[in-house]
Ligand binder design. Structure first.
Ligand code: ME8
Length: 519
């Protein structure tokens, strides 16, 4: 047997100074959809998420609540873990940077970098964004009017003794690597941004702080803690540098938001080069959600937090939230608006009126005309000639879109197939044909073809709508897929999406609507 292809996908690890919100749920939903898709293709998937628990702002947040940092991070990390369980994410591990497995390996990597003379002691004088835990160059600080680009808070002027990583040494190698590997950083606009910044010149970067008591100590100098960003980036390898997991490196994709591009596209690959480890294969940086037309911020108090997300789940269902996030979200280079009216209209158009309605039509007619048993499909129906070709094209478009993380386009290809079923019913009018007994073999062919196309569409939709599609599989008698999902979703997508696999004679069940229409 050929070994299964491995696929390693990560999300950022989230700061525990704030409770989980839409941004965290968004990136993790995208990663979950991609992970499920690859499992369905039979890959050996490792999907990693987790929490970033060190640094001054976490220590300050703990202090404000009268807790020790450890008590505080345990509480918030627990909230992230239980939230991710409630959202039914299928991550294989949840890394916390305060875990001993992480801390001990971080010290080992830093020691290796010191031994290779890639780290040295120096002095930093300049700007620091405390909210983002980020050193800011003079030029950027000036451009940002000496305020944080993310929170708008004033930058702090700091003078510190730090250990530095020789980032400048890797400038040419990195620029060359990015030039030669056009897909390495995506989308294209982000890649260009990174290249421009590298070509403007890279300075060495501070990788330790003396003012950060809540962190991993430098292995050779306990008076310094490892800078929280360096500590955090290592999570992608600390987790899998264990005997049973080390075959997952290099990661196939790091999925992140655009605000942390610099660390992932420049510092992280340079560290990997310095450690003599393969560079991860791809970085994908999405844009940002805004809320009812406004940037979300603590000052405005308009963050879509867990309780708001729960309201949507209660009103529309968990799958609908996944679908909205994945298809209407800021996956490309523009920000996207999260708005109730839009949510309801997407729900009604795509889920209730398209997927739900088509499923009802197919299952109801099979029950009405064939007693709920999938009919034979031998009779010729002219309009069917190119129908299975449509299914093939939609699958190909879907696969292509998925490989480029265009989840919106992938879902659109699945919907296109569902709409083709509706179009085919409208054209062939089985409900009219069924009025005469001699037409029943043709009605049989039509309904078989509808159910078969619906089966293929359901495979494309499962990563987006796992709960509802598993319900649909039960309706269509596709127990094999339900079993596969229980076995970590492992599947045989290539074979399963071939035409003609539903067996005539299979019971087709009528059920409650998958997506009841909302007012
Ligand atoms: O930056 N829209 O953690 P973080 C879409 N710990 N996605 C958003 C978003 C929004 N409005 N807001 C946040 C950190 N995100 C570091 C990362 S990784 C080694 C260390 C998502 O809690 C997006 O994925 O601030 C973004 O990159 C991430 O949350 C930042 O989470």
């Amino acid at each position: 047997m050929t070994p299964k292809k491995k696929f390693y996908i990560t999300t950022p690890i989230y700061y525990v100074n704030a409770r989980p919100h839409i941004g965290h749920v968004y990136t993790t939903t995208l990663a979950d959809i991609i992970a499920r898709y690859h499992r369905q293709r039979g890959a050996d998937v490792f999907f990693l998420t987790g929490t970033d628990e060190h640094g001054k702002k976490v220590a300050d947040a703990a202090h404000d609540r009268g807790l020790t940092p450890q008590q505080f991070v345990d509480q918030i990390a627990g909230e992230f873990e239980s939230t991710f369980e409630r959202f039914q994410f299928t991550h294989n591990d949840f890394i916390r940077t305060t875990q001993p497995r992480h801390e001990s390996r971080v010290q080992q990597y830093v020691k290796q970098l010191i031994d290779r003379d890639d780290i040295y002691l120096g002095e930093y004088e300049g700007w620091y964004d405390q909210g983002q835990e980020e050193y800011i160059t003079e030029t950027n600080a000036r451009d940002q009017n000496y305020k944080s680009a993310v929170s708008g808070q004033p930058l702090a002027k700091v003078q510190e003794n730090n250990y530095f990583f020789r980032l400048s040494k890797y400038q040419d190698q990195l620029a060359e690597y990015i030039q030669e590997n056009p897909k390495f950083i995506q989308p294209e606009a982000r890649r260009n941004e990174v290249l421009a910044r590298i070509n403007a010149g890279l300075n060495d970067v501070a990788i330790s702080r003396t003012t950060e008591a809540w962190g991993v100590p430098m292995p050779t100098d306990e008076s310094h803690s490892i800078y929280v960003w360096i500590d955090a980036l290592f999570n992608y390898i600390t987790t899998i540098d264990a005997d049973d997991c080390n075959h997952y490196w290099p990661a196939d994709v790091h999925l992140i938001g655009k605000e942390i591009l610099w660390f992932h596209a420049v510092i992280w690959p340079a560290i990997l080069l310095a450690l003599d480890r393969p560079i991860y294969k791809q970085l994908y940086a999405h844009s940002f959600w805004i809320h009812e037309g406004q940037k979300m911020s603590k000052t405005l108090g308009n963050f879509i937090d867990l309780s708001k997300l729960d309201d949507y789940v209660n009103e529309f269902g968990l799958d609908s939230l996944r679908y909205y996030l994945a298809t209407q979200g800021p996956i490309g280079t523009s920000d996207a608006d999260f708005a109730h009216e839009k949510f309801a209209s997407v729900y009604n158009a795509d889920l209730a009126n398209t997927i739900g309605n088509c499923t009802n039509r197919v299952c109801n007619m099979t029950n009405r005309y064939f007693g709920g048993i999938l009919p034979e499909h031998g009779a010729h129906v002219k309009e069917s000639e190119t129908y299975n070709q449509t299914a093939k094209e939609c699958v190909a478009q879907y696969v292509d879109a998925m490989s480029q993380f265009q989840l919106d386009a992938a879902a659109a290809s699945a919907l296109q197939l569902v709409r083709a079923i509706d179009g085919y019913i409208d054209k062939t009018q089985p409900f009219k044909l069924a009025k005469q007994a001699e037409n029943m073999p043709m009605v049989g062919t039509i309904l078989y073809n509808c159910a078969e196309a619906l089966r293929i569409a359901s495979l494309l939709l499962w990563p987006f709508l796992p709960i509802k599609i598993e319900q649909l599989w039960k309706q269509l008698g596709c127990q094999e897929y339900v079993d596969a999902v229980e076995n970590q979703g492992l599947g045989d997508f290539e074979n399963w999406t071939q035409w003609g696999q539903l067996q005539p004679g299979t019971p087709i069940l009528q059920a409650d609507p998958l997506f009841p229409r909302k007012k």
